[in-house]
Design a protein. Structure first.
Length: 299
């Protein structure tokens, strides 16, 4: 039986992690947008792989320069900026049938001087990083917003009980523990006519509220509550995915020092850690695989 032929499979290429900083200075009070942008084109690129023919290769340097040129007119929301890039590349080059554009947005806050915010001095905001992905597949556009590194913690109203035990189980049950995690979440919009900034602010607030409010029987329970609340309040969101490590806090044994520890002193372990990942979806609504291709990990 002859060996199967070796052929080219799915492929894409582009310029990764372009730092685009746009300062809007049309008044004395400046505004700043800070993005990390990746562009990846999909289409008819067989000739360059198989024959070294570059006639269809839009240089990655050109993709980078396009980002800077588009930023000159303003960035707006990261989702809108990526949609502009997607439209440009798919409409300007006949052989580009689609692609994937991704951005991280870094937040800056104005430095306060006395009782006022400074017009042009900023300090980096250290809570979470906003993320966005746009996938173009022919005429279809898939917009996925998100966040990562949103570190949250509750000092009580969390436990872990009733799990199976075998000869290797050493973890004691508890109904009062510290629950902490770094929330990474991505949500896919069902349509494109969205106020992305307002939706992002609302989703972020809902995630925090749902994390805080109820007793947590497990991080999985809390994750689902967070996702359900977002979908209940935002009909324009089709699904939301989470990746949430369990940032363990272990009660320190102080008895060797003649001290008690009424659940007040903890050792925060950075590894190993439990990793909880899940999607929260609307029943009967299909999740398009092409929208999630290229996203590392679960979300």
């Amino acid at each position: 039986m002859p060996e199967p032929a070796i052929v080219l499979g799915p492929n894409q290429y582009g310029k990764a992690e372009v730092r685009v900083v746009k300062v809007t200075r049309d008044t004395a009070r400046h505004e700043i947008d800070d993005l990390n942008v990746t562009s990846q084109l999909r289409g008819d690129f067989a000739a360059v792989h198989l024959e070294g023919d570059n006639s269809h290769v839009v240089a990655t340097d050109t993709q980078k320069n396009t980002m800077f040129a588009f930023a000159r007119d303003g960035i707006g929301t990261p989702e809108a900026f990526l949609l502009r890039l997607a439209e440009h590349f798919t409409s300007s080059f006949d052989w580009v049938s689609g692609g994937r554009w991704e951005a991280e947005r870094y937040a800056w806050q104005r430095i306060r001087v006395g009782d006022a915010e400074h017009d042009h001095a900023f300090v980096r905001s250290g809570q979470e990083v906003r993320t966005a992905v746009v996938v173009a597949d022919g005429d279809a556009r898939h917009v996925i917003a998100g966040l990562k590194d949103l570190t949250v913690l509750k000092t009580t109203e969390s436990g872990f009980e009733g799990y199976p035990k075998d000869r290797y189980t050493t973890l004691p049950e508890t109904h009062d523990r510290v629950l902490a995690t770094d929330v990474a979440a991505r949500w896919r919009y069902a349509r494109a006519d969205v106020d992305y900034d307002a939706a992002y602010a609302s989703v972020r607030a809902l995630l925090l509220e749902a994390f805080a409010e109820k007793y947590s029987a497990a991080l999985q329970t809390t994750l689902f509550d967070m996702g359900r609340r977002v979908l209940e309040r935002h009909p324009e969101i089709a699904e939301i995915r989470f990746s949430m490590p369990n940032k363990h806090h272990f009660v320190v044994d102080l008895t060797p020092f003649g001290l008690d520890n009424p659940n007040e002193v903890f050792f925060a372990a950075d590894r190993p850690y439990g990793l909880i990942e899940a999607a929260v979806q609307r029943e009967g609504v299909e999740s398009p695989a092409v929208a999630w291709e290229g996203i590392a990990g679960f979300c």
